[in-house]
Write a protein that binds this ligand. Structure first.
Ligand code: THU
Length: 274
C-alpha cells in the first residue's frame, strides 16, 4: 500500500499549480475505509495564500465525508524527501491524528514517520470543548447535491488515443483492463464471467448538453439521459465487454468503446435475467 499511495501522490503532483516556486508537490491520503484522496500545492501570486498539497488532500477528504485516516504520502522532487510544513502538521494533526507520514521523492527514496514524531507538541482545541457547531444547523436532506469523489481502481489500455475516433469496429477489438495491484484480490473468480460491465470515467470529456441531435440515435433529438452520449453532466461510461482472459491484475476484454488510458472506476457482473 505504501508504493500505491506514493504512486498516487506522484500522479497528484501532476495537477499542482506551482508557477512561482516551480516546486510541485503531490499528496495522497488513505482513509480508514481504504479510499484514496489526493491534493497538490496550489500557489498564488499573493504568496501567503498558497495551500500545500497535504492540506488540500486532508481538507478535500474531510469535505468528501471522510473523518478517519490511516496514512498520507507526499512526493516532491528533492533529496532528502520533503516533510510537511508546520502548518500542514498542525492541520493534519487535528483532522487525521497521528497517521503515518510517507515522504517520497522522484528517485524512490522513502522516509516513513508517525505524525506524532514530526510534530510532538500540537496545538489542540481542547480549550473549548463546547463547540456549538452541530448537525442540526445543517439541512442534511440537501446532502445529495454535494459532489461525490471516486478513486479509480485501474485503467484501460488499447491503441485508441483520440476520443473523437473510437474505431467503428470497436466491438471486435481488444483492450486490456489493468487493475492496480492493491485491488487485484477483488478480481477473485472473475474468470467465471463471460461478459462484464466496465464503469469508467471519461477523463477527456468536457461539457454536455441536456437535449440535442444524437448521432448515435439516427441524428434525432434526445435528452442526455435518454441516450449513451459521452458528453454528460457526469462523464461516467458503462460498457459491456466480453472477458477473454485474465493474467493476474490484467484482463483482456473485447468490445470496449473507451480510449487508451481511461480510468476504470469499477467492474461489475451482469445481472442474471430470470
Ligand atoms: N509545499 C507543499 O505543498 N508541501 C510541503 O510539504 C512543502 C511545501 C509547497 C508549498 C509551495 O507551493 C511550494 O511547495 C514551495 O514552498
Amino acid at each position: 500500500m505504501v508504493e500505491a499511495l506514493l504512486a498516487t501522490a506522484r500522479a497528484a503532483r501532476n495537477r499542482a499549480y506551482a508557477p512561482y516556486s516551480r516546486f510541485p508537490v503531490g499528496a495522497a491520503m488513505l482513509t480508514a475505509e481504504g479510499a484514496v484522496i489526493t491534493g497538490a500545492n496550489i500557489e498564488n501570486a499573493s504568496s501567503g495564500m498558497t495551500v500545500c498539497a497535504e492540506r488540500l488532500a486532508v481538507m478535500t477528504a474531510v469535505h468528501a465525508g471522510f473523518r478517519s485516516f490511516q496514512k498520507i504520502a507526499l512526493v516532491a522532487d528533492c533529496n532528502p524527501p520533503a516533510s510537511p510544513c508546520g502548518a500542514c502538521l498542525q492541520v493534519l494533526w487535528e483532522l487525521a491524528g497521528s497517521i503515518e507520514v510517507i515522504m517520497g521523492n522522484l528517485e524512490n527514496k522513502v522516509l516513513i514517520k508517525p505524525l506524532q514524531e514530526l510534530y510532538p507538541y500540537p496545538f489542540g482545541a481542547s480549550l473549548w470543548p463546547e463547540n456549538p457547531v452541530n448537525d442540526h444547523y445543517f439541512n442534511l436532506a440537501e446532502n445529495w447535491r454535494v459532489p461525490a469523489l471516486f478513486h479509480p481502481v485501474g485503467y484501460l489500455s488499447n491503441g485508441f488515443d483520440d476520443p473523437g475516433h473510437i474505431p467503428g469496429q470497436y466491438k471486435e477489438l481488444f483492450s486490456q483492463v489493468v487493475i492496480a495491484p492493491e485491488y487485484e484480490e477483488g478480481l477473485y473468480r472473475i474468470e467465471e464471467e463471460e461478459r462484464i460491465h466496465l464503469i469508467a470515467y471519461l477523463h477527456k470529456v468536457t461539457g454536455y448538453t441536456l437535449k440535442e441531435r444524437r448521432s448515435g440515435r439516427g441524428n434525432e433529438v434526445y435528452g442526455v439521459f435518454a441516450c449513451r452520449a459521452p458528453l454528460r453532466p457526469n462523464a461516467i461510461a458503462q460498457t459491456t465487454v466480453e472477458l477473454i482472459d485474465r493474467n493476474k491484475n490484467v484482463l483482456t476484454v473485447k468490445g470496449a468503446d473507451l480510449i487508451n488510458g481511461t480510468p476504470i472506476l469499477d467492474l461489475k457482473t451482469i445481472m442474471p435475467v430470470k
